[in-house]
Ligand binder design. Sequence first.
Ligand SMILES: Cc1ncc(C[n+]2csc(CCOP(=O)(O)OP(=O)(O)O)c2C)c(N)n1
Ligand code: SF4
Length: 283
Amino acid sequence: MDDINEIKKNLGTKEVNTWCPGCPNFLILESVKTALAGLISKGVYRQEDFAMTTDIGCSSKIYDYLNISGIYGLHGRSLATGLGVTLGNPNLKVLSFMGDGGCFDEGIAHFMHAGRYNADMTLIVHDNQSFSLTTGQPTATSQEGYISKASPLGDADFPLNPIKVALAAGIGFIARCNARDFKHTAEILEKAIQHKGFSYVEIIQDCLIFNKNVNNKDDRMYKIENNSDKKKAEKIAGEYDYNNGHGKGKIALGVIYSEDKPALYEKWEQLKALKEKGVGWKG
Ligand SMILES: Cc1ncc(C[n+]2csc(CCOP(=O)(O)OP(=O)(O)O)c2C)c(N)n1
Ligand code: SF4
């Protein structure tokens, strides 16, 4: 097997990077490359076994900087596109990238159903609590009172708690990470990718330009051991309400919940057959 640094190098591209200097999206990219290189070097996957789908957004620019096949899709639709890819070839390990706006506003319907389908894919949400690419409008996870060009009097709505939503929606692997702790994020991503079925990893990410009031929550964060107890997961999810302006709650990082249940390819005979043969519909 190739040297891990060599594999990582091959996972990069030569595209000019247009993220703001210092944006934590650079760290998320590093974590993703580290996780994939780790799995490739251990022989768990080959580079060509991965496929990615993205939305539109600062987060989704990762499409240009990560050397795996994929589809650069519509805002809010990365999960739907990813589901299509895995239906086309269940042997591909699909990584779907989204911002919080794409996932919890435009694309929330897809998130709600993902746990039920339980397709063998990983959703990675870069949660900066704002629609950053379009200059910082409030999203479903923005804190109450967030002042932006679109909410000059402050956002009147309370934030959605995506971890609680994921638990309610029956998602079988739910984790939360801090972009700045990129080694821990890479470890969690490795686990998520190896989980059989749908896995959701939320990465808390500062935006250096918009919604700066929610940045730097590190002193409230703590790491947990992998948890498979639903009641405990609900308690952990309730500790933090995403209303950062009010400064409430410790923020747990790690695998908040995991459960083994039949993946989509185990529920559909046709997909099971493709998986056993190691091929897509075209053979
Ligand atoms: C269906 C649709 N709605 C809205 C837009 C405009 N739009 C493109 S990117 C974007 C913001 C992206 O925000 P988010 O998903 O949170 O990602 P971030 O840029 O913060 O990483 C919006 C509103 C669009 N392209 N398509
Ligand atoms: S606007 Fe924010 S999220 Fe987008 S690249 Fe700049 S710092 Fe990163």
